[in-house]
Design a protein around this ligand. Structure first.
Ligand SMILES: Cc1ncc(COP(=O)(O)O)c(C=O)c1O
Length: 452
């Protein structure tokens, strides 16, 4: 605890050293890496740092501009800066272990019980007499391309070509990098997945928020956001994180109509849950010049299977695949074989249908239980239920005391109102009433003991 704002600033400026912009940026980065300045921490003003370091304000401003360009710090109104919520650095993180007996409903993992068993398949792979793949092979197995085309056509997606990436977010990054340059604007859903916000910051791209409701992007919000000159739109057609929104047919037609007036905008769809979303696939990409639909297997087959299809127009996919060839080369054929065998198995297909139904039942049980307590919430698909609250920290803290860890909405919001995110992927239906009662209780005003 600092006795005054001035003491706090004195403490912070001591962390910074150097007389050139490069040295100042390096010392700030070291303080962030070592945890002395945590994610979100406010930085002293340019003037305060310049006075402390005895350098000119433009030298400090240049150091901050370098850190901002790399997504390490963010600058707010009135030019005050803070550490990014998730700087692209290895940071000495504070211990994030939950207290014992607290149920974790904050992380967005699938239920491990509902993922396919890999043992029979790995045993089969272990029988292979030698390694088959090496340099110069086609980057994507032809059988996987066929499977991807079949899966995607169910969602109305008709790709010219298909590449692979190491997960949904990797695919989103590669599709954006294929067309955009630092400084470009990208429309994002608000609320939306925080990792997309963090990624844009790290790529030097500017997020333009557009409000979303239960059925996807708000029509007038998208129209306004397009007027900003945005070069791309990243959206989640179903299993939206954090609100659970899923586009219905009528809404998708209306959104497509609006986008027709902006034919040069790159549309990137993040279909991260695919077949277990609990909502039919929809797409805004048909007929567009440049687009990508990224379909990960992380939620349906297992988060450690780092593979996502990146489907799109020929030019986008050629750029994605060409760039991948210069770096990691390709997604391991060992992993491709595992995914092929899983997707070809009728047993696994049946299991995925069952998992989708169980996830939907868990989500609906929680929504019903909350409604019984008069607590409004959304969650049309996916793992998450989004509950608008007056004060995120106070509701989340009270739930933590009652034995439930939930996600603070702040990380998922840019300009949208406060809420908490409850991941119910592994929450048994029978526990929903108890959790809903605790949420309703956490809304009650705090009764303060009278002090004599
Ligand atoms: C909307 C969204 N996209 C992408 C991901 C991450 O997917 P992957 O692990 O395939 O990168 C998540 C994870 O929760 C997500 O919620």
């Amino acid at each position: 605890m600092y006795s005054s704002e001035a003491d706090h600033v004195t403490e912070l400026v001591q962390l910074v050293r150097g007389s050139t912009a490069r040295e100042i940026a390096a010392s700030l980065e070291a303080a962030i890496r070592q945890g002395a300045l945590g994610p979100g921490a406010s930085l002293p003003s340019v003037r305060q740092l310049a006075t402390h370091l005895r350098v000119s304000p433009p030298t400090v401003a240049a150091a901050l501009a370098d850190l901002r360009r790399r997504g390490v710090v963010v600058t707010h109104e009135r030019r005050r800066s803070s550490v990014s919520p998730r700087p692209p650095l290895t940071v000495d993180a504070a211990d994030t272990l939950l207290p014992p007996n607290v149920v974790d409903l904050a992380r967005g993992n699938p239920d491990p019980e509902l993922l396919p068993d890999l043992r029979p398949l790995l045993a089969q792979l272990a029988e292979a007499p030698r390694q088959e793949h090496g340099y110069g092979d086609a980057p994507v197995d032809a059988r996987l391309v066929e499977l991807a085309r079949r899966e995607l056509s169910e969602a109305g997606v008709e790709p010219e070509d298909i590449a692979l990436a190491s997960g949904a977010l990797d695919g989103v990054e590669r599709a954006l990098a294929a067309h955009l340059a630092p400084g470009d604007r990208v429309i994002v859903e608000d609320p939306g997945y925080f990792a997309v916000f963090d990624l844009l910051r790290a790529m030097g791209l500017e997020a333009v928020p557009a409000a979303i409701d239960d059925r996807g992007l708000n029509l007038s919000a998208l129209t306004t956001a397009l007027r900003s000159g945005a070069r791309a739109l990243v959206l989640t057609p179903r299993a939206h994180n954090p609100t659970g929104a899923a586009m219905d047919y009528v809404h998708s037609v209306a959104l497509r109509g609006i986008l027709e007036n902006s034919p040069d905008v790159l549309v990137v769809e993040d279909d991260h849950q695919g077949p277990i979303s609990g909502a039919p696939g929809r797409t805004l990409t048909r007929g567009r010049a440049h687009w990508a639909v990224v379909r990960s297997v992380a939620k349906s087959l297992g988060p450690d299977l780092r593979l996502a299809f990146v489907a799109g127009d020929a030019e986008t996919i050629a750029r994605v695949e060409g760039r991948l060839a210069l770096g990691p080369g390709w997604v391991s054929h060992l992993l491709q074989s595992v995914v092929i065998q899983l997707l070809e198995s009728t047993e696994v297909r049946e299991q995925l249908r069952r998992a989708e139904a169980i996830y939907a039942r868990r989500r609906i049980a929680l929504l019903h239980a909350l409604a019984e307590h008069g607590v409004p919430a959304t969650g049309r698909s996916g793992f998450n239920v989004w509950v608008p609250v007056p004060d995120e920290a106070s509701v989340a803290n009270r739930l933590l005391h009652a034995g439930w860890a939930v996600g603070l909405g702040a990380r998922y919001r840019i300009a949208s109102p406060p809420a908490i995110r409850i991941t119910c992927a592994a929450l048994p239906e029978a526990d929903a009433p108890r959790l809903a009662a605790a949420v309703a209780q956490a809304f009650q005003p705090v009764r303060r003991a009278r002090v004599a």
